[in-house]
Design a protein. Structure first.
Length: 323
């Protein structure tokens, strides 16, 4: 009953979104810190052990509770548990307020405020950017946040739930993204020593786990947007020697919306929603520069993709019941 879990989680997330610093996320940060202190001894094997414990431990725990509820209590409780775990893994509203604040500042022609808000969101210094560049970076950040906090979570949740693994996929994906970002940030800020082996292992695992969701998100944007341009942007970007999952998502977005966007680094960022500073490789040469009106188009693109996901899961659930 993946459809029921997804629908309930999305409605709950819209009605009562989890804020930053909530007890669940705080507990996960404490767990990751403990795994780092206890298991990171600097060698690659220790790095994989720390990663497996930090990511696999909560994922397996969520799975065991799901199995116990469905096997020994009642299957509806398993559905509720999956929905609650999915709710804590989603983060639609955790980044949308950044988007709204910057959009309102741009609508009021207060580019200085918009630039300051963008810098706070991306946790980087951005000065003297033209208006089109500000809009472009807002679109990039929002699209990547939607991918990592919504579509990627739904993709892995749906795949593993189809094999009877309940909400394990959602936990696996979100924690894999979190630890790659968190360990790199901790190392760069010198808040907690993290070995290069652990950082490299986490980055590699995240790249592999995000391979499928990135392409699912790109296909979704193509279906609900400009299909031919999105697929063409995807194809041209994939031919680049250092193509990344993030860049592929942005390439499909640029085609789906018909705007110019710039590439991103493949390294995890200090903020999961923040792409790096542009590398200079345009993903969409010849297309119009981003304008304020494109923000509304991107919002529509994301919501149409969410609706497509829900409808697809509903149809798969119905087919399974009838079959």
């Amino acid at each position: 009953m993946s459809f029921i879990s997804v629908l309930f989680a999305l409605l709950l997330e819209q009605a009562k979104p989890l804020t930053r610093g909530n007890p669940i996320h705080a507990a996960m940060r404490a767990w990751v810190r403990w795994c780092t202190r206890s298991l990171d001894a600097g060698k690659p094997s220790h790095g994989w052990l720390a990663w497996g414990m930090a990511v696999g431990g909560p994922a397996v725990s969520a799975l065991v509770i799901y199995w116990l509820l469905t096997a020994f209590v009642a299957w509806p409780l398993g559905v509720v548990w999956s929905a609650l775990v999915l709710y804590t893994s989603l983060g639609f509203r955790q980044f949308s307020f950044h988007f709204t604040q910057i959009r309102d500042a741009l609508a009021d022609n207060d580019d200085a405020l918009a630039l300051r808000l963008l810098s706070d969101w991306q946790q980087v210094q951005a000065k003297d950017l033209p208006r089109s560049e500000i809009v472009g970076r807002v679109i990039e950040s929002s699209v990547l946040a939607a991918h990592r906090h919504v579509f990627g979570v739904l993709a892995w949740f749906s795949v593993l739930a189809a094999f009877g693994l309940g909400p394990a996929g959602a936990v696996l994906y979100r924690l894999a993204e979190f630890v790659a970002r968190y360990w790199r940030h901790q190392s760069e800020s010198h808040h907690q020593p993290v070995s290069p082996a652990l950082q490299n292992n986490a980055a590699l695992a995240w790249m592999l786990l995000d391979w499928l969701p990135a392409r699912v998100t790109a296909i979704g944007f193509a279906v609900v947007g400009n299909f031919e341009e999105a697929i063409d942007g995807w194809r041209r970007y994939a031919e680049k020697p250092h193509a990344s999952n993030d860049g592929l998502v942005l390439a499909a977005t640029a085609g789906a919306v018909n705007i110019q966007l710039r590439g991103v680094d493949e390294r995890p960022q200090a903020d999961a929603t923040a792409p790096s500073m542009p590398s200079g490789d345009d993903l969409s040469t010849g297309r119009p520069q981003p304008e304020l009106s494109h923000l509304a188009i991107v919002v529509g693109l994301v919501w149409r993709t969410v609706i497509m996901w829900v409808v697809l899961l509903a149809l798969l659930t119905l087919a399974r019941l009838l079959g």
